[in-house]
Design a binder for this molecule. Sequence first.
Ligand code: SAM
Length: 256
Amino acid sequence: MWDPAVYRRFGAERSRPFFDLVARVGARQPRAVVDLGCGPGELTLSLAERWPGARLTGIDSSPEMIGKASAHGGPAEFRTGDVRDWRPGPDTDVLVTNATLQWVPEHRELLARWARELPPGAWLAMQVPGNFGAPSHVLLREVGKRYGVSDVLREAPVGDPAEYAALLDGAEVDAWETTYLHLLPVQDEHPVLRWMEGTALRPVKAALDDNAWQSFRADLARELTGAYPATGSYVAFPFRRVFVVARTASSGGNER
Ligand SMILES: C[S@@+](CC[C@H](N)C(=O)[O-])C[C@H]1O[C@@H](n2cnc3c(N)ncnc32)[C@H](O)[C@@H]1O
């Protein structure tokens, strides 16, 4: 279960890749824009400011996230759904999916299908975390092994930019990676633990009873303190992310 309030911790750091992604989408007057795995909806609504004439839809499999998103009111339609069931319409000129496809094992097939099914000249923009080899995740898997929850932790669920570029061959592709250096303020609890609680730790929490979860948290916090020590008032947390923006082949004259 996703907790929108916990996910919103570090909102500024989490939203920056979304804006860096969307900045590379050149659509001017798209007819329909969809945000797949829209989460609590604030970022989706920013797309209405960029493209006020577009029909905007946000889709997410979490009823809690869609509940939050719908409560904003405003110009987007939010609905519950699985990205695997979604299909582009003939007017879907922009598809955005940010920090979602790492949860979808079949996402490579989905990306290839969407690129085939989107209309000519449409834009597909996706971002996934590329930090599964970082100390945070290595330690998570190590502590996870001790608690018997390895089966809910993933080794490497995403690819590299070059892999996605090859997958989308035939489209005009812009693929890159960025390592952000997040400077997280020191708090009572280790800030990397608090960050991970919003996303990567959710399946562990769901798999453990309350006592085991509290003990797991304390063990992981200890490991994270060694890997990410405080430097003065902050903890430096490098975070690699993978970006792909692809434009489907245009049939000519499509300037949307
Ligand atoms: C890390 S959040 C990202 C939310 C938002 N895109 C953002 O950038 O803040 C991942 C979201 O993906 C959603 N999600 C995961 N698997 C999904 C699926 N198969 N179909 C639809 N949404 C999914 C989750 O419910 C969650 O809201």
